[in-house]
Design a protein. Sequence first.
Length: 86
Amino acid sequence: MQQLTLAQLRQNPSAALRAVEMEGAEFQITNHGRPVARLVPIAPTGIASAAATAALMASLHPNPEWAAELEAERALDSSKDPWEGL
């Protein structure tokens, strides 16, 4: 859990709330060095943080069968680029 002073929270509350909402960040708010509150998400949003998404993508392994199937589908698609020639 990250530390955030009351002065820092006052200076940029939007950034702290955005981090909580979008990244699931948790902050311990301090006043004169003494912990006084926590700023935490109230419920899972169903939106994965960028770090969680990156970790998931890094853990996945390519599927050679899917890649071959995709290439076969691309070979069958004879359509041209709709933007070509404009």
